[in-house]
Design a protein around this ligand. Structure first.
Ligand code: M6R
Length: 366
């Protein structure tokens, strides 16, 4: 049942090339630059008239929402707010019929997310769901939606469900952009062609597993760990930190790299591993200077870099390469080494990675 792997989590990490392909199947036509999302087709006209998108979710799904915010604002040019469902529902949020609410949930059963949906529905908003479990409660109470098709996720720590959520949000961002005319056909052809290659690139990223296992052995006894990234890699940092704390019980925090100097830099000493998502993109130079700041204080740097990056190689203790891709798709690749790092550290610490203490796969209590 674990497909030859020691744990479901590892099996699910390795399933990602397949789960992402399944998520995209029948939905993208790269040669023609077309995205089709049957589940929200009826709301195409509505999408042209919305003023704002509010994403509600919890935990890892909330992190996917933050990546979604970046993608939707960048390509569809609609303002997006990302809310913890548990906070949103207990406020008196300002919502109108011109708002689109996107609820993200792997299980489709999370109590706080369901309550947030009901509240937004009462106020007249249109609600889309992004769920993995077919026929769960959330898909039944939303107006429309998109399934992630990642397949059953058994490990309590979300892995393939997260990357499938990010993929679904990417498709949704392009779909909305296509409807609202904020993206050219030529650009869509270019982006969808890149997106279509992601499963193969994940396959390549997984090849760093042995190297990551060695890095894990070096840091398995750490008490703290910091994860830093900028732009859409900031939510990847948050997700990396959540994974590590959930399954290894090491205290970890994710931060936007530039925020480090506003506080967390005080934590850095020779005992502190700092994981940077430092891929080649518009903020590469800035991240390089953040790495220098950590090095100057004796911190140990583990950097996730784009294949062939020589600048960071000379600075970091460890460099983990991921293949080159468009900026929009970096989160899908950069997440992979972070999942593997947490997994190996947790196994080496003797933790129950599939069933971490105090956690349940779906949180149906408020
Ligand atoms: O089923 P959901 O996506 O609604 O679950 C939300 C969170 O409970 C979930 O992502 C949780 O944070 C995971 N344990 C993360 O690995």
């Amino acid at each position: 049942e674990k497909g030859g792997y020691d744990h479901f989590m590892m099996k699910e990490i390795y399933e990602q090339p397949r789960s992402i392909r399944d998520c995209m199947r029948g939905r993208i036509y790269p040669e023609r630059g077309i995205v089709q999302l049957g589940g929200i087709k009826e709301y195409t006209e509505k999408l042209k008239n919305i003023d704002r998108i509010i994403i509600v979710a919890c935990g890892t799904s909330w992190h996917a929402g933050l990546v979604g915010e970046y993608l939707i604002e960048e390509y569809a040019r609609v303002p997006v707010e990302v809310e913890y469902a548990s906070e949103f529902r207990y406020r008196n949020p300002i919502i109108s019929e011109k708002d689109l609410v996107i609820a993200i949930s792997q299980s489709g059963e999370t109590a706080d997310t369901m309550a947030a949906i009901e509240l937004a529905k009462e106020k007249g908003a249109t609600i889309f769901g992004i769920c993995n479990v077919v026929g769960a409660s959330i898909p039944r109470i939303t107006h429309a939606g998109v399934y992630t098709h990642a397949g059953p996720e058994i490990g309590v720590a979300s892995t393939k469900a997260f990357t499938a959520q990010v993929t679904a949000l990417t498709l949704m961002a392009f779909y909305i952009a296509q409807q609202r005319g904020t993206i050219t056909q030529g650009k869509l052809i270019e982006y969808l062609t890149e997106l279509n290659e992601i499963p193969d690139l994940i396959e390549k990223a997984l090849q760093a597993n042995d190297q990551i296992k060695e890095i894990a052995a070096t840091y398995k006894d750490s008490n703290n760990c910091l994860f830093l990234g900028r732009g859409s890699s900031f939510p990847v940092a948050l997700e990396g930190a959540l994974k590590l704390k959930e399954i290894s019980y090491i205290h970890a925090e994710g931060y936007p790299a530039a925020e480090m100097k506003h506080g967390p830099i005080a934590l850095i000493d020779a005992e502190m591993p700092v994981v940077f998502i430092a891929t080649k993109n518009s903020s590469h130079e800035k991240v390089v200077s953040n790495i220098q700041e950590v090095k100057a204080r004796g911190g140990k740097v583990i950097a996730i870099v784009t294949e062939g990056d020589t600048i960071i190689k000379g600075m970091a203790e460890h460099v983990i390469e991921i293949p080159q891709t468009g900026e929009a798709f970096v989160p899908l690749l950069a997440t992979i080494p972070l999942q593997l790092l947490s997994y190996h550290i947790a196994v080496m610490r003797g933790c129950n990675v599939d069933q971490p203490r105090n956690l349940a796969k779906s949180v149906t209590v408020e």
